[in-house]
Design a protein around this ligand. Sequence first.
Ligand code: HEC
Length: 233
Amino acid sequence: MRSFIIAAIFAFFTLPAMAASGGVELDHVDIDITDQASLQRGAQTFVNYCLSCHSASFMRYNRMAKDLGLSDDQVKDNLMFASDKIGDTMTVAMRAEDAEKWFGVTPPDLSVIARARGTDWLYTYLRTFYLDDSRPMGTNNVAFKDVGMPHVLWEQQGYLAKDEHGELSVAQKGDMTPHQYDQMTYDLVNFLAYISEPSKLQRMALAKWVLLYLFIFFLVAYPLKKAFWKDVH
Ligand code: HEC
């Protein structure tokens, strides 16, 4: 009976994760949104390789500048297209109708994708495009079966092939080693996690002070409580 209850509890908590991943085994990634250097590299990759199709319309450039430890000018020079203004949100130039025509689906806004899919899923997704002749783009994806998105980072990763056991192997080398590519996707997932919850950075900074406050409050409150209740039995 006891093992049944344990199994039931276990199933209850793992079920949502399984459902979200569609039964695919995901690679785990420990993100760190306080790592500014990583977020900066992730932002660079996002702007260069994702923003042409996907918007991040909850994110403003000037907010990103502040959180990533960059000046407005650094962001303007490196992370923005000429037509954007520093107070703008990260929108795409491509029209939704065109996207629909080219890909069959409109690329979704990625503002909160890290919360919707989870970081493990994103990390797996970005690293598991593989060659598949039956697909219009010539590639498929382990985490997202029959995805409409092409393998946009093929120059960096190269191409993977999948054998009949589902094992992936390198079919064509890219400019990066697998390790470098993992690092690049880590930074990108880190950035996607940050944009999905930018206020988390402030909360984390604030939490320190709240804990300190509670501790000091305790030092005052506890002797006070003892003094008040001293004569009550
Ligand atoms: C050439 C256009 C294009 C580019 C560039 C592109 N994508 Fe996509 N992406 C798509 C399309 C189209 C879909 C929708 C696929 C579908 O629903 O079948 C998609 C889907 C996704 C999804 C899955 C969304 C979901 O429904 O859960 C994620 C995550 C994603 N893209 C991330 C990225 C990232 C990160 C980059 C940059 C490295 C990127 N994409 C670059 C076209 C693009």
